[in-house]
Structure formats: structure tokens, C-alpha cells
Design a protein around this ligand. Structure first.
Ligand SMILES: *[C@@H]1O[C@H](CO)[C@@H](O)[C@H](O)[C@H]1NC(C)=O
Length: 352
């Protein structure tokens, strides 16, 4: 569709905007001058409209038909603090399309069709505090695209297709308090990924494909209050990994994983219970997947049963070992007596 081409349609309106943009309101939009709010919701727009008043602090473009955001689309909008573009069909953010928005605090790009983020995405958005990119088609996060969001507090990347993330993807986001990665395709939570997230309070990783959490992965998180791990592929966890969470109180969500309920798992959860600052929020809903005889039972309902067979086998082994030892001792004593008797008889014979 040639009409959506940036080069065709962006340049002229841009010029118009530069010349006339101070007082005009884009056609089809509603401009509320007293609050500098421009409402262009659901107007069938295919491009960011020109002539948005320069003093605008909130521009709402949600529910339109935007497929791309052109270079310098928002030029001159120095006062813009909130830009809402959810529920469009945006596939491309052209380089520098957001570069004039130095004071933008909230950007909503949710429910679009973004497959990747441009390398310079975070440049010049240094005031951004909240970024919504949920419900897009992102597959990979590299270290550059989120790099400069120094003031970002909330980052929503849920319901994308993220399979892999550069271990430094979040290394510039030291003020992050909420990171939502729910509904992606992550397999492993890697050491070092969250090394700069000392302020992170909420980490949502539910409904991924996580089967392993590396031992140091959670260690840097000093402020974490909620860790969502429900709906993953966890069969087992290590106590040490969770013990590394040096926080005041952290709620853990762990249900809907294919848990292998053995004595060790039961002990790990018992140990987690004893750590005062760790609370398994949905412990009652932790359902066993394996072994077959426990499948479908909740771990809580099995109480300490899983360790009974183990305790019993330990007992059997102990008793067996004890019996063997006693047997050996008895035999040794018997032999000693026999030898003694033999040597006594021998010395009697010599005396005679
Ligand atoms: C999910 O993880 C398993 C390993 O636990 C892997 O075999 C499988 O390919 C993963 N699926 C996806 C969609 O990544």
C-alpha cells in the first residue's frame, strides 16, 4: 500500500507542521487547549498526523491504522510527556522517529506488530519512565536498544516472542522497578542478566518456557517483592538460588510447573518456608507432574510422605549395616575364643 510509505506522506505534512503547527489541531482529532491534550483515538489514521500543537503534553493515537512511525514524526513537540500508540499495526519505527522527545515520560506501543527495536531506540528518550511494548512480535533483545533508558521505572515486554536476550540487555536500566516478561519463550534465567537491577521490585516471568534458573541469577535483586515463575517448565529448583535473594519480603509464584515431587523437592520447599523473607504465594497450588504415582497431587497434600520411603530405606540400610557389624563382631569374638582355647590346649600339652 503506497499510501503508508513514509517518504511519500511524511515530508509535506512535516513542512506544514513546522510552518503552521503552533495553533492548528489535526483534522479528525480533538484538541483540548486548556490541558494541551490531543485526542486522536480510533480515527482510522495511517500516519502520525501533522500539525499537532507544539504545546501538547499528551498525544493519544491509539486504535488507529499506523503501520510505521516516520523519522522526525514528532518534531517540535518539546512538551510531550505522554505518547499513546497502542492498538495500531506498527511494524517499523524508523531511525530517529522518536528522537525529538527528550522529555517524554510515558510511551505506549502495546498491541502492535514490532518484530525488533531500532538500535537507536533509547537514544534521546532519556526522560522516559514507563515503556509499554507488550503484545508485539519481538523475538530478541540486544544490549543496544534499551541501553539509554536511564530513568526507566516500568518496562512491559509481556506477550512477545522473546526467546533470547543479550545478557547486557538491561544493564543500563538501573532504576527499573517493574519488569514484565510474562508470556514469552524464555528458556533459562541467566546469571548476570539482572546484575544492575538492585531497585527491581516486581519481576514477572510467568508463562515462559523456563526450565533452569542459574545459581547467581537472582542474587543482585535487593528490593524484589514479587517473583512470578508460574506456568513455566520447572521440574526442580535449587535452594541456594533462592537463598541468594537478600530481600525484606519476596513473594514467589511457582504453580503450574511440571514439578517432579521427590523427597528433595519437598525438603527444598520446606527450607524455603523456613526462610522468613521468602513466601511461596501459591504453595497450595503446586501440583506434581512426576513421578506417575504422585501426578495430580499437590505437594502440600503429600506433607512429609515423600521422605518416608527415603527415611525407611535409610533405616533399613542402617539396620542392615548394624546387623552386619554385630555379626562380624560376634564372629571375631567367637574366633578369638576358639584361638584362645586352641592355644590353651597347646600349652597344656607342652606342660605335660
Ligand atoms: C522449551 O524448553 C525445552 C527444554 O526444557 C526445549 O526442548 C523446547 O524446545 C523449548 N521450547 C521452546 C518453544 O523454546
Amino acid at each position: 500500500m503506497p499510501l503508508s510509505g513514509c517518504t511519500m506522506l511524511c515530508v509535506l505534512p512535516l513542512l506544514l507542521n513546522t510552518v503552521l503547527g503552533f495553533k492548528l489541531c489535526p483534522s479528525h482529532c480533538l484538541c483540548y487547549e486548556s490541558s494541551d491534550l490531543v485526542d486522536c483515538r480510533s480515527r482510522g489514521l495511517v500516519l502520525v498526523p501533522p500539525s499537532v500543537p507544539h504545546g501538547t503534553w499528551l498525544l493519544d493515537l491509539s486504535g488507529n491504522k499506523l503501520t510505521e512511525v516516520c523519522t522526525r514524526s514528532f518534531i517540535g513537540l518539546w512538551s510531550l510527556k505522554i505518547l499513546l500508540m497502542s492498538n495500531n499495526s506498527i511494524q517499523t519505527l524508523q531511525p530517529q522517529s522518536l528522537s525529538s522527545l527528550e522529555f517524554l515520560e510515558r510511551l505506549d506501543l502495546s498491541f502492535n506488530q514490532l518484530r525488533w527495536l531500532p538500535q537507536d531506540f533509547s537514544q534521546s528518550l532519556s526522560s522516559l519512565q514507563e515503556l509499554r511494548l507488550d503484545h508485539n512480535l519481538l523475538q530478541h533483545l540486544d544490549s543496544a536498544s534499551l541501553g539509554e533508558f536511564k530513568n526507566l521505572r516500568k518496562l512491559d515486554l509481556s506477550y512477545n516472542r522473546i526467546r533470547a536476550m543479550d545478557v547486557r540487555a538491561f544493564s543500563g536500566l538501573s532504576r527499573l522497578s517493574l519488569l514484565d516478561l510474562e508470556g514469552n519463550k524464555l528458556n533459562v534465567l541467566k546469571d548476570g542478566l539482572l546484575s544492575r537491577q538492585q531497585s527491581l521490585e516486581v519481576l514477572l516471568l510467568g508463562h515462559n518456557n523456563i526450565s533452569a534458573i542459574e545459581t547467581e541469577a537472582l542474587a543482585p535483586l535487593r528490593s524484589l517483592t514479587l517473583l512470578g515463575l508460574q506456568g513455566n517448565q520447572l521440574q526442580h529448583i535449587r535452594f541456594k538460588t533462592f537463598l541468594k535473594l537478600q530481600t525484606t519480603t519476596t513473594h514467589l509464584q511457582m504453580s503450574s510447573n511440571p514439578w517432579t515431587c521427590d523427597c528433595e523437592l519437598q525438603r527444598i520447599f520446606a527450607k524455603i518456608h523456613r526462610v522468613r523473607h521468602l513466601l511461596v504465594y501459591d504453595y497450595k497450588d503446586i501440583i506434581c507432574h512426576a513421578p506417575a504415582q504422585q501426578a495430580g497431587s499437590s505437594l502440600a497434600s503429600l506433607d512429609s510422605q515423600l521422605c518416608i520411603t527415603e527415611t525407611a530405606s535409610v533405616l533399613v540400610i542402617t539396620i542392615t549395616v548394624m546387623l552386619a557389624v554385630i555379626g562380624a563382631l560376634v564372629k571375631a569374638e567367637h574366633n578369638r575364643k576358639n584361638k584362645q582355647a586352641a592355644s590353651d590346649a597347646e600349652s597344656d600339652g607342652q606342660e605335660k
